[in-house]
Each structure stands twice: as C-alpha cells, then as structure tokens.
Design a protein around this ligand. Structure first.
Ligand code: GLN
Length: 461
C-alpha cells in the first residue's frame, strides 16, 4: 500500500469507528493524514513504512492538540514534538491521530476522560481498560496496526489484555519521555500496542534509544526487533505464586494453564517462584504515584498552561481555585489531594518513605528471582476480563485493584508485556511476561513463540 492509500484507508476506518460510537480518537483529520502521507512518499522507506500509528493524547504533537483528555488542556497545541513521534516519522510511520485516555492517564477504564468514555471494541457496555483505552480500542478494530500508549502502572498492558492485542512496556529509560506529559516521572514509560508481537515490537524498536533531551534514557543503542524463537530449550520461566491466588478468575486460570502447557511443549523449563512483597505493590504504587502526580500537575495553574478561569474574588488564589477546581476532573483532584497529603510534613515518613521502601523491596524480589536462574516470569495480566462501564468508577479502591498484576513491574522499572492467550465467554484474556531490566529481546522472542502456538481467539473452557 502506498502512503496515500494508507492515509485514505486509515481515514475510512476512523470514520467507521466513530460511526460505531467507539470514542477512541480525539483528534485526527484527513487533511493531516494526506499531508503526512505526501511527505512519506518522497522519503526513503523505513521499518515502519506501511504502518499507521495512533498516538495517545498525552504525547505532544505540533500539528494537533494535546489535551490529556482534560478540560484544563482543551485546545492546547504544543510548540514542540515528542521524540517518539519524531522517530516514528523518521522510520516511515504515518501519524494517524490522537487517542482518548483517562484524564492525565489516571485510571484503568478510560471512564475518567473529560471527553467521554471509550467503548470496548467487542461489547460497547464494557470498558476497553485504561488509561490508554483509546489506543487499545482503535488497534483492536484494525484501523491502525500499532499505537503509542503510556504506562505509569499498567496502562498499556491492561487495556491490551482487555482488547485482545499486544502491549509492551519497555524498561524504564528505554524510550525517551521527552514530550510525554509528566504524570509519575519515576514510573512513566511510553509504551506500544500492536495487533501482533511483530507490530508492537517494531514500533518499540523505532522509538527506543538514548535521547539527549531525557537524561533518564539509558545509554544503550536503539533496540533491534529480535527474531521469534521456536525452540525454548534452555530457558527458565518462573510462575510467581502470588499471581495465581486460589480465587483467581477461572477463565484466566484456564487460559494461563493452556499457555504454560504451550511454553513447556516448546521446551522451556517452568518452575514456581515467589515474589513475597507483591501484595504491597498496589498500596505503595498508590502513594508514590499521587505524590509525583501532585508535584507534576502543579504547573496547570491557569498562568503557564492551558485554560484559565478567573474566580469571583479576582485574586490569584481565586484564579487557582477556579482553574484547577473546574479544569480537573474528580480522579485528578483525588490524586492531587492524596499526593499532597502523603508528602506533607508529619506524614511523609508514614506514607511516602514507607512506600519508597516497599518499592525497593519489590525491585529486590525481582532481582533475586532473576539472579536465581529464572530468565522470564509468566503471569496473568489482569485479575478479570474487561468489566462493565460504571462498575468500578465510583469506588477508587476497586478500580486501583485492577492493577495488581501490572504495577509491580512499573515500580521495579523492568520490561513487561501482555499477549492474547484466549477468550472466556467471548472476552479476550492476556498473559503477561516480565523480564530483567533491558532484556526486552528475550521477552519479545518468547512472546512471539507463544503467539505462534496459542489460538488466542479460542474459548479457554
Ligand atoms: N491505572 C493506573 C493508575 O491509575 C495506571 C495508570 C497508568 O499506567 N497511566 O494510575
């Protein structure tokens, strides 16, 4: 397909997705697609030629708004472009549009978007997961083969599992955060979705590598896409017992059992391991994350960025109160309040420092298991399949518990990904692979091996 044919086809599919009421894409235009396609037609082909890539709307672009699905940034257009977006263009990819998300990427269902929730591509009454739900849903419809999302604590792996596609969170520092709107800076990773392991990993390879504009990027050269493995002999895969509780959802257990049998059949040695601090990951994450969010979101003050609302009293406090009170949704306000509280004098020792201590222990659990000869870990990605819209949105703790299996890798900064491993009552289920820091290559090669043998559209029980 030529770039202009790809642009036309992508536009047609976006129109169809919109007509179906998916609400996955916040901004796109045929004119921009055609303009970018014309630029690509004149350039040498690259590894992403022929691939349209949707971009989560918390990654900045100069030709389209970046709203983070927040009223406070409505209409905001960045004066600079994210490194990841620049690298997609350089690799021959077509930038397709900006996708819906939970406001400022805070959430697990995309219900916290100020511009309406995203619908699950198979069942509109369900959520697609979040916070990168728009990217996941639009990839799942086949309108684009790949998309950028962002992960702070599972926001690509969880929606990938819910929508039946592949989602890869790289090691912290593998991809530049330059141009990713800051949320929890010590956790944030631009991450990728694809319809297949090859699509998600080609996109990751294209955006990876050191960037002088982000001092936390690792000094490693850009990643290569590893060739898929068909023989897993010599590889040790750990199953952490904490991720397979007795009350695990029976469909998810059946899907994991089947995937594990496939890994064994491919020659891998599979053994039980323990990551004893796992149960403290959600509480620690929901202290560290709001603390960093509260600090990062202080910049939306009605003066420096975005919308400004002036309060009736007319002084600067009234300006802040009106701008932030009306501009931020409830979940964002909740994080700012919790974050400010856990950092406040007298409470920082009790909450923030303890959470940091737990974070170190979680990272140490992973290091110990990998040092014991385990190459990769396999777990379910989520504790349940996609849930109904409205089911958890009023109860933040229930919503936060949707992240139990995904936030440990985020706290530890290690790479992790979700691959489709089957369906239960028609709903997609994901299996998670986690690897040592910077060993995306083994993880991706094994995911491709699994993808090659698992019938991901088959019912698991
Ligand atoms: N669900 C998690 C949260 O609400 C993860 C968010 C993310 O990874 N961006 O913080």
């Amino acid at each position: 397909m030529t770039p202009s044919e790809l642009a036309a086809e992508t536009g047609r599919r976006f129109v169809a997705a919109e007509a179906a009421g998916l609400n996955a894409v916040l901004h796109w235009s045929q004119e921009l697609l055609d303009r970018d396609a014309a630029t690509l037609s004149g350039a040498a082909p690259g590894p992403l030629s022929g691939t349209a890539v949707a971009i989560k709307d918390n990654i900045v672009t100069t030709d389209q708004p970046t709203t983070c699905a927040s009223r406070i940034l409505e209409g905001y257009v960045s004066p600079f472009e994210a490194t990841a977006v620049t690298r997609i263009r350089a690799a021959g990819g077509l930038i397709a549009g900006k996708t819906n998300l939970d406001e400022f990427a805070m959430g697990s269902s995309t219900e916290h978007s100020a511009f309406g929730r995203v619908k699950h591509p198979l069942r509109p009454e369900l959520v697609p997961g979040g916070s990168s739900g728009g990217s996941a849903a639009i990839v799942a419809t086949g309108a684009v083969r790949a998309a950028l999302g962002s992960e702070t604590g599972g926001s690509v792996r969880q929606p990938a599992a819910f929508c039946g596609i592949v989602g890869i969170k790289p090691s912290y520092g593998r991809v530049s955060r330059f141009g990713l709107v800051a949320f929890g800076s010590s956790l944030d990773c631009i991450s990728t979705f694809g319809t297949t392991v090859a699509d998600a990993s080609a996109l990751l390879a294209a955006i990876s590598g050191h960037d002088p504009r982000d001092a936390t990027t690792v000094a490693a050269p850009p990643m290569d896409v590893p060739p898929p493995r068909t023989d897993l002999r010599g590889l040790v895969i750990g199953l952490p017992v904490e991720y397979f509780p007795d009350d695990l959802h029976p469909g998810i257990r059946a899907a994991c059992d089947r995937a594990i049998a496939h890994l064994r059949a491919l020659g891998a040695e599979v053994r039980e391991v323990s990551l004893p601090h796992t149960r403290y990951a959600v509480p620690a994450y929901y202290v560290v994350n709001p603390a960093e969010a509260a600090a990062n979101l202080a910049r939306y003050d009605g003066v420096r960025y975005g919308q400004r609302r002036v309060g009736p009293e007319g002084d600067v406090r009234a300006l802040y109160r009106a701008t932030r009170g009306q501009g931020f949704g409830r979940e964002v306000q909740r994080r700012i309040l919790v974050g400010t509280f856990v950092l406040s004098a007298g409470y920082a020792d009790q909450y923030y420092r303890r959470a940091q201590d737990v974070r170190r222990r979680i990272a140490a659990d992973f290091s110990a298991v990998f040092a014991s000869g385990v190459d990769l870990l396999f777990t379910p990605t989520t504790p349940t399949p996609a849930f109904r819209a409205g089911e958890k949105v009023e109860d933040p703790v229930t919503m936060y518990l949707a992240d139990v299996f995904v936030c440990p890798a985020s706290l530890a900064g290690i790479p992790a990904m979700s691959v489709p491993i089957g369906r239960d009552e028609g709903l997609p289920l994901g299996g998670q692979l986690m690897a040592p820091h910077l060993d995306e290559a083994t993880m991706i090669a094994v995911a491709a091996a699994l993808e090659g043998v698992v019938d991901a559209t088959a019912e698991v029980r």
